[in-house]
Every structure is written in structure tokens, then in C-alpha cells.
Write a protein that binds this ligand. Sequence first.
Ligand SMILES: NC(=O)c1ccc[n+]([C@@H]2O[C@H](COP(=O)([O-])OP(=O)(O)OC[C@H]3O[C@@H](n4cnc5c(N)ncnc54)[C@H](OP(=O)(O)O)[C@@H]3O)[C@@H](O)[C@H]2O)c1
Length: 259
Amino acid sequence: MKKILVTGATGGLGFATAEHLLALGHVVLLHGRSEQSLATAAQALSQYSDQLEIYAADLSDLAQVNNFIEQVKEKHTQLDAIINNAGVLKTNTPISSSGVDSRFVVNTITPYLITQKLLPLLDGGRVINLSSAAQSPVDIRGLSGELQYSDAMTAYAQSKLAITAWTLYMAEEIKQTQFIPVNPGSLLATSMVKSGFGIEGKDIRKSVKLLADLAVSKDFDGESGRYFDNDVGAFGAPHPDAQNTNFQAELIKNLARFH
Ligand SMILES: NC(=O)c1ccc[n+]([C@@H]2O[C@H](COP(=O)([O-])OP(=O)(O)OC[C@H]3O[C@@H](n4cnc5c(N)ncnc54)[C@H](OP(=O)(O)O)[C@@H]3O)[C@@H](O)[C@H]2O)c1
């Protein structure tokens, strides 16, 4: 039995992955944006297990992010895995309270803070970070709010390259924890795809099993620092910029300002 924190777990891939992990008998720390959405999700999941805890935080608000991290630390001294799943593409609030684009805050900065601050709990554990096939070169001014984006997909694709890059950087720096960036598959049937592209999307079951396996399966023992591309069902190459060590170093310097 393992203990796994899943962010953005009240819907889409996060909810289904939490459900899968609970059904396997694992303990799940379920994060959601609001108490209300968490209550609904917890009620639906209670048929599988009572092995779940709930944590509410708007991940576009760094004060709430830090409060959430402290709550996890108050309750736990050890975790087996974190699945940084929460993500945003289209939003009515593209600019976060810190002035930085919400896509960068939710998809890149928040998972970085969660990972950094919970690292001591994760010795020998795994960090599974949701990337995407949509990755494009990052304008670093986006991370400070100096540059604002008019197009959701541009901000999203840059934020996903950035999370891929810092995940690979951490894998190189920290050998006792596993770090795996993953594209769960493209155009999967979740609300992100329905609202972003106006289509139903593809069956999510293979993606959900993959996310759960990456977090807990022996098949991925010792695996770290490679990008899993579920559009091809194998490890593969992310955007070349994500592997560029100069870019990684510049990115980490900018992320450190959010500590
Ligand atoms: N679906 C795909 O085809 C696809 C492809 C590649 C990568 N991904 C990635 O997979 C991950 C899961 O996405 P999904 O497809 O399952 O989409 P989804 O159904 O929209 O789920 C996203 C989750 O993130 C949460 N979230 C977003 N903004 C938040 C915020 N400010 N504070 C707290 N929680 C927040 C959402 O909560 P609310 O419901 O409260 O908004 C939801 O639980 C994302 O990182 C996404 O980028 C998805």
C-alpha cells in the first residue's frame, strides 16, 4: 500500500487516477480547487475506500498553494508519490493574483513549489508531472508576468515545455527521487479538451492506468529523467528546448524567485 498525492483530482484524469489507485488499495491525498468539488468527489470515491484525505486550494493563488503544502506536511512525514496533475488551458481568469499568466502558475510554478517543498517527504519516491504533446519554446518573461498572453494555447504550450524542463533538471540533480514527465495522450475526453477544442475526445482509460503505474508500479522502478509520450506508448524525446541545460538553468533561476 502506497501513499499518493494527486492534484486536480476532482475531475478528468486526476479523479479517474485517484479512483484507480484507491481501487488498488492505495492511500490517496486528494487535492481539489474547492471544498464543494472535493465533497462531491470524496462521496463518489467512498465506494472504493475510506483511505482518502482531502485538501482544497486554488493553485493559481500562491498563498493557498503554500497553505496546502503546509497542511500536507502537518499530517505526513512520508509520501510515496506526487502526481502533479492539475492543469489549465482555457480560463476566465488568465491573469493570476500574482500578475503571472494562470497557465504558468498552475501548470509550471505550483507543481515546482509542491515538489520542492515536499521533497523531504519523498525520499525514494516518485514525482509524476503532467506534460503534453503541446510544448513550445518559452519566453521567460511569461514567468514574471512581464509578458502577457492573448492566446490560451500559446501560454499552455510554453507552460508544459517549462514543467518538462524542470522535471528533467531535477532528475539530474536529485538521484534519490524519481522524476517522470508524461504526456498522458492527446485530445483525451476531459473537460479541458471539451472546453478547449469543442470535441468529446478519446477514451482516457489507458492514460489513467499509465499515470497510476508511473506512480506505483514496479515496472517503473529506478526510472527517472525520461519523458514518457503516451501518444506513442513509450519513452521518447520531448521538445529539444526541454532538454537544453542552459534553458533549464535559466528556468530554475526564475522559478526560485517563487520560493
Ligand atoms: N486531456 C488531454 O488530452 C490532455 C493532454 C495532455 C495533457 N493533459 C494534462 O493532464 C492534466 C489533467 O487534465 P485533464 O485533461 O484531466 O483536464 P481537466 O478535466 O480540466 O482537469 C484539470 C484539473 O485541474 C484542476 N485545476 C485547474 N486549475 C486549477 C486551479 N487554479 N486550482 C486548483 N485546481 C485546478 C481542475 O479543477 P476544476 O475542475 O476545479 O477546474 C481539474 O481537477 C492537465 O495537467 C493537462 O494539461 C491533458
